[in-house]
Design a protein around this ligand. Sequence first.
Ligand SMILES: Cc1cc2nc3c(=O)[nH]c(=O)nc-3n(C[C@H](O)[C@H](O)[C@H](O)COP(=O)(O)OP(=O)(O)OC[C@H]3O[C@@H](n4cnc5c(N)ncnc54)[C@H](O)[C@@H]3O)c2cc1C
Ligand code: FES
Length: 367
Amino acid sequence: MPESFVVTIEPLGRQVVCREDQPILDACLRAGVWLPHSCTHGTCATCKCDIVDGDVDHGEASTFALMEFERDEGKLLTCCATPRSDVTIEADIDVDEDIEMHSVEDFVGTLVSLDEVARDTVRLVVELDRDMAFNAGQYMKFTVPAAADGSAGSVDRTWSIASPPSQPRTLEFHVRKVPGGRGTDGWVFRTLAVGDQIPMSGPYGRFVLHTGQDNHTIMVAGGTGLAPIKSMLRHGLENGSYEGEMTLYQGGRSREWLYDVDVFRRLAAEYDQFTYRPCLSEETAEDVAASGDDPDAYAYGMVTDVLAADHASLSGCKGYLCGPPLMVEAALKTLMSKRLFPRDIYREEFFNEGDKAGGVNSPLIKR
Ligand SMILES: Cc1cc2nc3c(=O)[nH]c(=O)nc-3n(C[C@H](O)[C@H](O)[C@H](O)COP(=O)(O)OP(=O)(O)OC[C@H]3O[C@@H](n4cnc5c(N)ncnc54)[C@H](O)[C@@H]3O)c2cc1C
Ligand code: FES
């Protein structure tokens, strides 16, 4: 039996029991104590806190998200650190009063469909064993089985929920193949099959639609970064929970990389408040016309260039950015150059194990 310790979270004064093999963040989120976090695998540094008292094991925290001198100064990443004694930590907790956070729980999902929707991209639909309350934009942690690629031991992989919270049991996910990736190349695109039972936990994340606002919302999605944005858009539009304008910039190299274009076209036709801008960075209007498609149905260029050309100023807007870290950084710079403050830009970077090992550490991305 693993030993358990008491973790005290200041300034809340809350106490949770945490096993010696359990990350402190996990114990807190399961006990309904919301701590800041994003990637939950030691890469983004969002969960960095101070140790006031006690000892921890820093686990798999990357050396750039938690540098040696920060460890010496008594900092920890709650998503990786496990307790070695009773511990008191001090966290910078900025809870948004408009958003009800839901405790993390374990679920078993049954895969009900797996369809290719774009190049190297699949849509998974998973039926949970019971309803789950979540906020539009949050994600789940899947347990990738040990035997999937011959590797020893299971690992966790995080994929964002693409369906709205109004569907509490049937969740949609979009997964892109990463060559050599354990969860995608080694499992989802290799052995995962309809009917399989998948252990998972959730909901995680603080990249959520802030519904108590009516600012013009600019959403930028690269690749499967579309998933949480789709959940937010459907929640905001179909449930009438967002009153302001919403504009989606969806980036892809060519049409074969874009998906759900028809879904967003339908939403744009139905809701005046929604504008859809699918952007092609490597196909031209001539390519599109030559294939018999309507060239006016797309914008051409990098998603950030299209966005920049569309708006002289974005002052007063809110930004939601999601996708590969480099795309998110480029979009962040674009929004800031158009007079949006960092505090008005919400973002989720899809960090993977390669990013963790390689040291993604942009001064703009650092929190
Ligand atoms: C909050 C969040 C939400 C996400 N949501 C989605 C989503 O909705 N859809 C989606 O497609 N993705 C999403 N991702 C990304 C996802 O979690 C995975 O990182 C991605 O699917 C790749 O997983 P993998 O196991 O296949 O690859 P990994 O095993 O993580 O490997 C990724 C790459 O790194 C290389 N690599 C692995 N280990 C090392 C190492 N030690 N040193 C050097 N290189 C290494 C691999 O060869 C591979 O090329 C999200 C990420 C985060 C943080
Ligand atoms: S949430 Fe802990 S490092 Fe990203």
